[in-house]
Design a protein around this ligand. Structure first.
Ligand SMILES: Nc1ncnc2c1ncn2[C@@H]1O[C@H](COP(=O)(O)OP(=O)(O)O)[C@@H](O)[C@H]1O
Ligand SMILES: [Mg+2]
Length: 235
C-alpha cells in the first residue's frame, strides 16, 4: 500500500464522467456526468436497478474499461491518458477486483489462485505461497488450499476470490455483486470477512450490491439510476 499520511484524502474522484457505447445515432449513454469522491478507507456501496451503469462505473474505476468524457483520478492520478499496459500495471499495483462469478482459474488450486497476484508482481514463489496460505487460514478455508474450484462450494470459491483480491493489500477493493450467487449465510460470512480485513488494512471498498442488508453495513450508499447519481447518503 502506498504511504499516505492523510487518512481523509480522496482516493477515487470522478468529474463529469461520461461513457457511451456505440457511435452517432446508435450511441447510448451509460454514464452521464458522474461526480463522486471517495476517501481513503471508506466503505461505500453502489445500488440501483439492473442496467443503471453500476458495473460500467466500477470497471472504469478499476481500470478495466475506458470512457469518453470527464476525468477520473485514482490515488491523485488522472488515468485517462494511460495506455492499456499502464492501466494493467496501475490496477495490479493498487486495485483488487471481485466479480459476481468468482472467476478463479479452474486448473489451479485455491492456494495457487490466491498466490497469483503476487506471482504476477514477481514475488518469490515460496513467500507468495506462505502469504496465501496464511490468508486462507485467516479466512477459515486453509483445509481447502489444495483443492481446485470444481471441488469447492460457491461460498468457498467466492471467499478464495476475495483472498486473491486482498493478497496484495491493495489501496482499493472493487466488488461487483460479490454475493449475487450466495445464500444469506455465505453472503454474510463473505461480507464480514471482506469489510473486516479491509478495515484492518485501511483499504477503500466500493461494493455494488442489490442487498439492503449489505448496504446497511457500509458507511455510505450511492444510488445510480439511468447512468446518473440519484442519491449519495451516509449511513
Ligand atoms: N459492451 C457493451 N455494449 C453496449 N452496451 C453495453 C455494453 N455493456 C453494457 N452495456 C449497456 O450499458 C448499460 C449499463 O450496463 P451495466 O453497467 O452492466 O449496468 P448494471 O451493472 O447497473 O446492471 C446497459 O444498458 C447495458 O445494456
Ligand atoms: Mg452489473
Amino acid at each position: 500500500m502506498s504511504q499516505d499520511i492523510h487518512s481523509d484524502s480522496i482516493i477515487i474522484k470522478t468529474e463529469n464522467l461520461c461513457k457511451q457505447y456505440g457511435y452517432g445515432t446508435n450511441s447510448i449513454t451509460v454514464l452521464n456526468n458522474i461526480n463522486m469522491s471517495i476517501k481513503r478507507g471508506e466503505i461505500v456501496s453502489i445500488m440501483g436497478p439492473s442496467g443503471a451503469g453500476k458495473s460500467t462505473l466500477l470497471h472504469i474505476i478499476g481500470c478495466l474499461d475506458t470512457f469518453q468524457g470527464g476525468c477520473v483520478q485514482i490515488l491523485n492520478q488522472d488515468i485517462s491518458p494511460f495506455s492499456y499496459d499502464e492501466l494493467s500495471r496501475f490496477r495490479s499495483n493498487h486495485i483488487g477486483f471481485i466479480f459476481q462469478m468468482h472467476n478463479l482459474m479452474p486448473e489451479f488450486t485455491a492456494l495457487e489462485n490466491t498466490m497469483m497476484p503476487l506471482l504476477i508482481r514477481r514475488q518469490s514463489y515460496t513467500k507468495a505461497k506462505q502469504k496465501a496460505y496464511k490468508l486462507l487460514e485467516h479466512f477459515g478455508i486453509a483445509d481447502r488450499a489444495y483443492h481446485k474450484p470444481a471441488e469447492l462450494s460457491g461460498g468457498e470459491c467466492q471467499r478464495i476470490a476475495v483472498a486473491r483480491a486482498l493478497i496484495n493489500q491493495p489501496d482499493i477493493i472493487l466488488a461487483d455483486e460479490p454475493t449475487g450467487n450466495l445464500d444469506r449465510k455465505n453472503s454474510d460470512i463473505l461480507v464480514e470477512l471482506l469489510f473486516k480485513t479491509c478495515r484492518e488494512n485501511g483499504s477503500t471498498v466500493v461494493i455494488v450490491t442489490h442487498d439492503q442488508y449489505i448496504a446497511s453495513k457500509t458507511q455510505r450508499v450511492i444510488t445510480l439510476i439511468d447512468g446518473m447519481i440519484q442519491t449519495d447518503v451516509n449511513n
